[in-house]
Design a binder for this molecule. Structure first.
Ligand code: AMP
Length: 205
């Protein structure tokens, strides 16, 4: 069977992680998220990190993008370790330079099918969601993610439009491109039901 890659595209807070989880549970995919891989560095003892990795942690917490070289290498290592046949890529490619790196990685690892999925959500809705998430965590006595605080979230959103909008434009003309629009009151289950039916059609081919 052909190796299949699903590429999740969308702003921070657009629900990529939630929809990826539905895909994993229903269609038996694994997920590789560059954000998760980078956050994994934070859990390692500082003395085991390289200078580049320490710098990446600071950059991540500031809401900007870490260097292409570092994140590409981390992703390449994860692909090799995972050995997955059906993989969801979340968080990469994130800028124009990463598109060719991504396509090369797909080729090298024998992925024949690519399905780009774009979750489109208005910025105002995203900001509201993030504020609600922070309030919820504080109510539970938990510490919000450093890059979720409003000032840093605004930087992440601006970085997304500047750096990642061109990536979405690039994949919008792909034959398998799926676009889902969420309004303020669209529930995650409604987005999933549309995505599931489109993916069912494509994965059955
Ligand atoms: P995410 O969880 O995908 O929002 O990623 C959290 C942070 O990790 C981002 O704000 C970036 O600082 C960094 N990051 C994740 N993926 C990439 C990437 N492909 N290129 C550069 N930086 C990334």
């Amino acid at each position: 069977m052909a190796k299949i890659a699903i590429l999740m595209l969308g702003a921070p807070g657009s629900g990529k992680g939630t929809q990826a989880k539905f895909i994993m549970d229903t269609f038996n995919f694994i997920q590789l998220s560059t954000g998760d891989i980078l956050r994994g560095l934070k859990k390692k003892p500082a003395e085991s990190l390289t200078e580049a990795q320490k710098e990446a942690i600071l950059t991540m917490d500031s809401g900007k993008l870490v260097s292409n070289a570092l994140v590409s290498q981390l992703l390449a290592d994860e692909i090799a370790v995972s050995g997955g046949e059906k993989v969801i890529f979340d968080g990469f490619p994130r800028n124009q330079a990463q598109i060719s790196i991504f396509e090369e990685l797909l080729k090298q690892n024998g992925f024949e099918v690519l399905i780009p999925v774009f979750l489109r959500v208005d910025d105002e809705i995203l900001k509201g969601r993030m504020e609600a998430r922070i309030a919820e965590m504080k109510a539970l006595g938990q510490e919000p993610r450093a890059d979720d605080i409003p000032e840093t979230f605004a930087i992440r959103l601006a970085t997304f439009h500047q750096e990642t909008d061109p990536v979405i434009d690039h994949y919008a003309s792909h034959a398998n491109f799926i676009r889902l629009d969420a309004l303020a009151d669209t529930k995650r289950e409604e987005v999933w039901s549309q995505l599931e039916s489109q993916l069912t059609g494509m994965l059955a081919q």
